[in-house]
Design a protein around this ligand. Structure first.
Ligand SMILES: N[C@@H](CCC(=O)N[C@@H](CS)C(=O)NCC(=O)O)C(=O)O
Length: 242
């Protein structure tokens, strides 16, 4: 049984999509990032960057003591290796998939995350004039949707057959509207999103944790301020010998 440390965000859903596609048995362990669960010592021991998702596999690949993996790209690679699915291992195919997994981790994920962050922050006048930051990340996200669109205009999937490259890029791409993009500009991405969204395993993976999402309109102003601080004003944790 694989334990999935999870909150229902695009980064978390990459992992539940892959688990559903592979049919591997898993159990969700909620990590409420609004309340600060990501800083609990047991979680940091698995995920030193205080970010979910992470997994703990008690029947690990290669046997022996449990294996934990953090960073969604590494998790998808681990699950692909464990199941022998969705990541061909012949060098040419393997690195084509790896390129798009790395592209997601280094580009689509972080830039989309910052785009959402500055769009939300710009709504509070106390944060000052964020026009430049909003424009910068809107442009970057637009450019990145363009990269996906170019990639997909003459092929069905991002890298050969349907693979972890598609699964890792899908959840953030579904957020095009929230990220201020017009899908009409990216018809090949639209076609790919529709195809992937029609896969039962993708649908199930995207729905995992629906019941965990909180209604922020019901939280007091004090609780909202506490949560903003947890998520937005993080600084270095001292090393144990400090
Ligand atoms: N590169 C990481 C990103 C993970 C990430 O940013 N997770 C966010 C939620 S989407 C998180 O745990 N945030 C907690 C925090 O900011 O303290 C991955 O792909 O796994």
């Amino acid at each position: 049984m694989i334990e999935v440390y999870f909150w229902p965000t695009p980064n978390g859903k990459k992992v539940t999509i892959m688990l559903e596609e592979c049919g591997l048995a898993y159990r969700v362990v909620p990590v409420n990032i609004g309340r600060g669960d990501q800083f609990k010592p047991d979680f940091i021991a698995l995920s030193p960057n205080n970010r979910m998702p992470a997994i703990l596999d008690r029947e690990p690949l290669g046997g022996g003591a449990p294996i934990s993996v953090f960073e969604s790209g590494a998790i998808l690679m681990y699950l692909a290796e464990k199941s022998g699915r969705f990541w061909p291992q012949a060098p040419r195919e393997k690195y084509e998939v790896a390129e798009w997994v790395m592209w997601q981790m280094a580009n689509q994920g972080p830039k989309s995350g910052e785009c959402g962050h500055f769009r939300r922050a710009a709504q509070d006048p106390a944060n000052g004039d964020l026009k430049y930051a909003v424009r910068r990340f809107d442009d970057e996200v637009n450019r990145l949707f363009g990269v996906l669109n170019h990639r997909l205009y003459d092929r069905r999937y991002l890298a050969g057959e349907y693979s972890i490259a598609d699964m890792i890029c899908y959840p953030w791409a579904t957020g095009w509207e929230r990220l201020g993009q017009d899908l009409g500009e990216f018809k090949h991405v639209k076609r790919w999103l529709e195809e992937l969204g029609g896969r039962p395993a993708v649908e199930r993976g995207m729905r995992v944790g629906e019941e965990l999402a909180e209604d922020y309109s019901k939280l007091s102003p004090e609780e909202l301020a506490r949560r903003r601080k947890i998520l937005m004003n993080q600084r270095a944790r001292p090393a144990p010998d400090a």
